[in-house]
Write a protein that binds this ligand. Structure first.
Ligand code: PLP
Length: 423
């Protein structure tokens, strides 16, 4: 990634992962996402192409990240965003957010280090993993990352032993809230276990400063956000009786980038803001861990049809088409089955513009397959598409979160490179 900006470097930063250039979006990579895509594809189609070109690639628009942040600050002014690094840890995304002043939700030693490498103060990090490897906890202690979540007794003993000065958030379960991705089965103390946990923490002399939760993703019921906060409030009250004076609520992630499950971010934000103000006085600090909200719409994945099979069935007048592309379920689409990503498909045929509407054309039953040897490597089993050729491109929007970081290089298929622009 760094190499493509080398000619026009204005500011660079180096991390343990390499050297990256921030403001150095060279003119050739400036322009709309569509322009950058077309330029890359022209380069790939060029007969003088370098041998490594021809792989799938991302085009990322840093302007989207900046606009999402502006939106957050406008509609949720009281809630401080701590970006969930796991959703997309691209150095330029992290650096942009660090410059905008967000905090960061880190889940591991590596994620903590990526943020510290950007000279972010450790007080802007929440170690939001309730079950922490001891070496990760030591790393947090060494670098003064104090704020962290927990939800069980073992974790309390571990923290007492390794990092007694930590500032703890008791993560509570929200599994009554039904979304497409629910966390309650794995994370969060049930409401009948919070009191014994608080008592144990008190006995161990640990400092619990607040409550955290993650309401889940794609929640269709806006009331759910208020319900989760009510649970947090009840734990605040319980803690007060035990002598804790909590002052921080972490409302987690799960905020949609635009509209999901029929609800817009703005509707969720206004319900949540109201609930926060109703339940917590102004001196209680409120943070959140948005991931998808920032990253989803910023990244577009470009895949090429590397092969095609036309299947004719006796009795059917039209053939069906099997398209094989150069990224798949073991790569950037790894979390498709978990409901983490909801890409929007467009096509780019030779000598044409990027198209998202083929309603005026004949369409065929089509399937889209990834490049590995696995028969499970399909991205779309049955969809209607116009007739495409090998060499055409399938463009996937909304691919900025839980794609590249969750992907593998199974079968030797490389992870797509990222080309940045800013609109
Ligand atoms: C603890 C925690 N916080 C925040 C997030 C970010 O969620 P989202 O990207 O839906 O905002 C996750 C996602 O898995 C998480 O586990």
């Amino acid at each position: 990634m760094a190499k493509q900006f080398e000619n026009n470097m204005e500011e660079c930063f180096s991390t343990s992962k390499g050297v990256f250039y921030l403001k150095s979006l060279s003119l050739e990579d400036n322009g709309s996402v569509s322009q950058v895509i077309k330029k890359r594809i022209e380069a790939i189609n060029d007969e003088n192409q370098e041998s490594e070109e021809g792989d799938a690639f991302f085009v990322a628009d840093i302007g989207v990240i900046k606009r999402q942040h502006k939106k957050w600050k406008t509609v949720l002014p009281r809630i401080e965003p701590f970006y969930a690094v796991k959703s997309n840890p691209e150095p330029l995304v992290l650096k942009t957010l660090a410059n905008l002043g967000t905090g960061f939700d880190c889940a591991s030693k590596d994620e903590i280090q990526r943020i510290l490498d950007l000279s972010v103060d450790p007080s802007r990090i929440v170690f939001a993993q309730t079950t922490k490897q001891i070496s990760f906890l030591r790393h947090a202690q060494k670098h003064k990352v104090k704020l962290m979540t927990f939800d069980n007794e073992d974790e309390l003993y571990k923290i007492k032993h390794k990092y007694p000065g930590a500032e703890l958030l008791l993560r509570i379960q929200t599994d009554k809230i039904k979304g497409s991705v629910n966390f309650g089965m794995k994370f969060g103390a049930s409401l009948d276990s919070t009191k014994p946990l608080l008592q144990l923490a008190k006995a161990l002399g640990l400092n619990i400063i607040g409550v955290s939760y993650h309401a889940g993703c794609l929640i269709a019921e806006p009331r759910a956000y208020r319900d989760a906060l009510e649970h947090a409030r009840s734990v605040f009250d319980e803690a007060k009786e035990l002598g804790y004076d909590m002052n921080l609520v972490d409302v987690g992630g799960g905020f949609p980038a635009t509209m999901e499950a029929g609800i817009t971010f703005e509707v969720i934000a206004s319900r949540l803001s109201q609930a926060v103000d109703d339940m917590f006085p102004k001196d209680v600090r409120v943070i959140a861990e948005p991931g998808r909200f920032y990253s989803t719409n910023a990244f577009t994945l470009c895949t090429q049809i590397i092969s095609r099979r036309v299947v004719s069935t006796e009795g059917d007048s039209d053939p069906t088409f099997m398209y094989y592309i150069n990224d798949g379920i073991f790569g950037s689409f790894r979390t498709l089955d978990f409901g983490y990503i909801h890409p929007v498909l467009k096509v780019l045929r030779k000598n044409q513009e990027i198209q998202d509407d083929w309603s005026g054309e004949k369409v065929y039953t089509s399937s889209i397959w990834g490049p590995t040897c696995s028969p499970d490597d399909f991205v779309a089993k049955e969809t209607k598409l116009p007739k495409l050729e090998s060499g055409d491109w399938i463009i996937w929007e909304k691919m900025g979160s839980y794609t590249s970081p969750a992907s593998s290089e199974f079968n030797g298929i490389p992870k797509p490179k990222v080309y940045f622009t800013e609109t």
